[in-house]
Design a protein around this ligand. Structure first.
Ligand code: GDP
Ligand code: MG
Length: 439
């Protein structure tokens, strides 16, 4: 049993341990549950988890990082990447006006989002024209006019008797004539997907050739977001989406569904009824929010705060190639300290069995080591042999750190011995003991 432990620690240190179904079972379950709780569409959850699982499983476990934490980190990164990594700004046409067509079901927030967008543009010193094509409800036109007044943006409308396609065309023509930078065409929605609505949208799109077709999705839509996106994307073709009502307590899983189904970026999120309540969409924030419950979030946060994966990987490489220097040693020490458990590194050392008492002693010892290394010059840290050869240098370091010269001598020789051991380990030999450690 003990030898099994050695073996596993050994594999980890050499990077031969893989993330496997068994060492991240709980994490996989947590992720699946988190996505479902965030109302990501079932099918999307399945696809995403399968794909991420495939990617993560078989990845080398990084020394010093728990496999489940590493797995969560992979999941998080994948979600961020899946949602586009960076914020995608609104399209801007070379010749004005830039034409934006709003699409979506009734009540999702199209009219509100149109005004919000116009306000943002105006704040960027870009002029906007709002076009009211929802002729089915008189109140809809009034709503846009009211919003337009509120944000000081003109509204183009032809009343409720005109044809929506005609209104859109004339609206764009007016924007062109007046040299307006961006025209935002608000459209009518229906409570459900409806062929009349789709046909009308499609005609409007054909008539004005928009630079941007934004699907407005209510974040509370949950599971249905996937279907909705599929239909709008198939029949109209969207270039992006706005996720509204994220100020509610929804976790925003719709974002993942929309992106996964359409491949188009979510560009903005609505976070309130007020015209100012529009924010750029940030994949990182959304990934945290979607994963953001209980254990999973804690794990993600921990992993992000404490582990710089790239750093750990580099370190591991160096260890195995015996290019490890005092700087690396310090980094490793601090990393382990950060992880809140000095025991973490102990577990990675083959053959190391250690009590709490010994652990405390080791921590004290590490502090000494840390302060001695801090007193070394850059050159000395990079090249420990430099110190080994020069009693004068050792003396100087000892003085600086407040220790005796023999303490520094011991540190240097321990370090050299450790490097030798690491080299052996890199070549597959079992080392005996570690320097600077009690035992
Ligand atoms: P439309 O039918 O798609 O044009 O939807 P509206 O723009 O008329 O919005 C429908 C309702 O949702 C209104 O009461 C809006 O105030 C509200 N609304 C729109 N966006 C948001 C948002 O981001 N957060 C919240 N809490 N309410 C919103
Ligand atoms: Mg409306």
């Amino acid at each position: 049993e003990l030898s099994e432990k050695f073996d596993s620690a050994w594999k980890k240190l050499r990077g031969h341990d893989k993330i496997s179904d068994t060492n991240v079972q709980d994490a996989i379950r947590d992720v699946r549950r988190a996505l479902l709780e965030a109302d990501v569409n079932l099918q999307v959850v399945k696809e995403v988890v399968d794909r991420i699982g495939e990617k993560a499983l078989g990845t080398d476990v990084i020394a010093g990082v728990r496999p489940d934490q590493q797995f969560i980190q992979v999941v998080y990164n994948e979600l961020v990447e899946l949602m586009g990594t960076d914020n995608q700004p609104l399209a801007q046409s070379e010749n004005s006006p830039t034409i934006i067509l709003m699409a979506g079901l009734q009540g999702t927030g199209k009219t509100t989002a149109s005004a919000k967008l116009a306000l943002q543009l105006r704040k960027q010193e870009r002029s906007a024209l709002l076009v009211a094509t929802d002729v089915y409800r008189p109140a809809a036109i009034d709503q846009l006019i009211t919003l337009g007044k509120q944000i000081n943006v003109p509204v183009f409308q032809l009343g409720t008797d005109a044809n929506p396609v005609e209104i859109a065309k004339q609206g764009v023509a007016q924007a062109q004539a007046e040299g307006i930078d961006t025209v935002i065409v608000d459209t009518a929605g229906r409570l459900q997907i409806d062929q009349d609505m789709m046909a009308e949208l499609s005609q409007i799109k054909g008539a004005i050739d928009p630079d941007e077709v934004l699907l407005v999705v209510d974040a509370m839509t949950g599971q249905e977001a996937a279907n909705l996106t599929q239909t709008f994307h198939d029949q109209i073709g969207i270039t992006g989406a706005i996720l509204t009502k994220l100020d509610g307590d929804t976790r925003g899983g719709a974002a993942l569904s929309v992106r996964e189904i359409s491949g188009q970026p979510i560009k903005f999120v609505g976070v309130g009824e007020k015209v100012e309540a529009l924010q750029p969409f940030y994949p990182e924030r959304m990934a945290s929010r979607i994963l953001g419950m209980g254990d999973v979030l804690t794990l993600v946060e921990k992993a992000q705060e404490e582990i710089d994966i790239a750093d750990a990987e580099k370190l591991q490489e160096k260890i195995l190639e015996a290019r490890f220097d005092f700087d690396d040693f310090l980094k490793q020490t601090r990393m382990m300290k950060n992880m809140g458990s000095f025991g973490g590194i102990m577990k990675l050392i083959p053959g190391m069995k250690i009590s709490d008492d010994q652990l405390n002693q080791a921590e004290t010892q590490l502090k000494r080591v840390e302060s001695m290394i801090s007193s070394m010059t850059k050159q000395e840290r990079k090249d420990p042999d430099l110190l080994a050869r020069s009693p004068g240098r050792k003396q100087r370091v000892a003085k600086g750190a407040g220790y005796k010269t023999q303490d520094v001598t011991k540190l240097v020789s321990d370090f050299q011995r450790m490097r030798g051991l690491m080299q052996q380990m890199g070549q597959g030999n079992m080392p005996m003991g570690m320097p600077g450690m009690p035992g």
